[in-house]
Design a protein around this ligand. Structure first.
Ligand code: ZN
Length: 239
């Protein structure tokens, strides 16, 4: 400790000599006309700080058992923690006192729901709304062809083929189908050809396998849906 003290004061003396007009301070935030230097040891217990960064040095010094202000800091922290547990705002206070709880001005605004979870009832409502929605979900890799959004290269080839055949086609509204429990679902076929009352749906064999059960139910309820399972079928589509 002694020799460290010695080096410390040598360093201080050197800096003072180098910058005679500046005041030497320890700590991390330099203000004008000061030179900051890292104190190499705890000023209370003389622990060497060699492997500690500035924050760790400050933290040790603050909570050092030899620091005379340590008890005061602990008291402050304990009070702050207690205040946090009994934390109240106008809403929690009104609730505790049985008064009418004021409505937050942020209620319903974007961001005001962050960090909370939906109740079971809300989740059910959201699910019902999503199922009832007639919006086609956007997928990545969406292509624009003659003003129509297409989801894949297969769809693009089929659209070109239908144009080649001079057949009018459109993106149909979703159709409703029922699963075995009687729950209604939306299905979004890719193409509808009014002239033939036919739905066309390019779908790769893997997707067909994964959705086999659903597709069986769907095709039973809508015999006028045709699934195209290869790119060739899309390119060379024939009625
Ligand atoms: Zn210390």
């Amino acid at each position: 400790v002694l020799h460290l003290d010695k080096y410390y004061y040598v360093a201080v003396a050197q800096l003072e000599e180098q910058f005679p007009s500046k005041k030497l301070v320890t700590g991390s935030s330099p203000v004008s006309n000061t030179i900051c230097m890292k104190q190499p040891f705890c000023k209370y217990c003389k622990l060497t700080f060699d492997n500690l960064n500035t924050n760790q040095r400050a933290n040790h010094s603050r909570w050092c058992e030899k620091n005379p202000k340590r008890n005061y800091y602990i008291c402050t922290l304990t009070k702050a923690r207690a205040a946090k547990t009994n934390y109240e705002n106008q809403f929690t206070k009104a609730k505790r006192e049985g008064r009418e709880v004021p409505v937050s001005p942020n209620k319903g605004k974007v961001g005001s729901f962050a960090g909370k979870t939906h109740s079971f009832e809300t989740k059910q409502k959201m699910k019902e709304k999503a199922l009832a929605s007639s919006h086609r979900r956007l997928k990545k890799g969406t292509l624009l062809y003659k003003g129509v959004l297409l989801d894949s290269s297969w769809e693009l080839e089929l659209a070109k083929r239908l144009d080649e055949l001079n057949v009018e086609w459109l993106r149909p509204d979703p159709i409703k189908w029922l699963d075995q429990t009687g729950t209604s679902h939306n299905y979004f076929p890719d193409f509808y050809i009014p002239e033939w009352d036919l739905y066309l749906d390019p779908k790769n064999p893997q997707a067909v396998r994964v959705q086999q059960h659903k597709l069986n139910m769907l095709l039973t309820q809508y015999p006028n849906i045709r699934i195209l399972t290869t790119l060739e079928e899309c390119k060379n589509f024939k009625i």
